[in-house]
Design a binder for this molecule. Sequence first.
Ligand code: COA
Length: 257
Amino acid sequence: MSFVLLQTANGIAEIVINKPETLNALNSLILNELEKVINNISKDDDIKLVIITGQGSKSFAAGADINEMKDLNPQQAREFSRFGHTVFKTIENLQQITIAAINGYALGGGLELALACDLRTASKTAKFGLPEVSLGITPGYGGTQRLQRIVGMSHAKEMIFTGEMIDANEAYRIGLVNKVYEQDELLPCTRLLAQKILSNSMSAVSLAKASINYGIQCGLDSACQYETEIFSLCFSTRDRIEGINAFIEKRKPQFGN
Ligand code: COA
């Protein structure tokens, strides 16, 4: 496992895409390793939050590997896209919270990886884009779908149709990233954000994630029904008893995270 590094501590897993010589472009080897790491994390109840970043100071991930796409026929391209979708869907549906800490270029498949995460933090030097149309192709790992759900159709169409990169300020302005930090502060500040989330009941945070993710895919009536079920489920947890009692007793809650 050399192209995807994993470190875990205090309930947080940090994944580093590690092929800086090709700007961490996502080749099939990396995607395979990433899938294995994510599948293991999904079964690890001790991990509550996942941070994904890229090795080096230049790039988060500069896309899917263009060399691998060069000779694909339509059938192979379908499989290529399907596999990326499978990995990114697993990331999106993790019960753990995911944060992409974007340390440089997040282009094509690299941006699509970040879009599959719950939150995105970025260094001031980060650059974002879906340049696929400049290669005569369309985004194939969720870019035409998740980007518009995050920034709205108008900004998504502009980014996809022009293929141009935007900087971190613009990404923040349109809601593509949650926070922008100095390059050397990106990981420390992202860890602080993670700690802030972890100070809450992670069973509640995880259920809220499930409700948000389900709701974005269906109509408001079904989404609100689902929310009601999720809310009701919270009332079977110890964290609910502890959280509400702690408020009433004017003390800090001790959640079972
Ligand atoms: N797939 C395969 N290799 C890639 C890659 C990708 N998506 N992105 C970068 N690389 C490789 C380059 O080919 C180069 O390899 P080499 O040293 O063997 O020639 C190496 O990474 C460094 O990239 P380079 O282009 O020299 O760096 P740069 O600073 O001049 O430019 C970018 C940086 C990101 C602007 C440029 O690499 C780029 O446009 N990459 C492709 C982005 C893209 O279209 N992604 C979407 C793919 S669907």
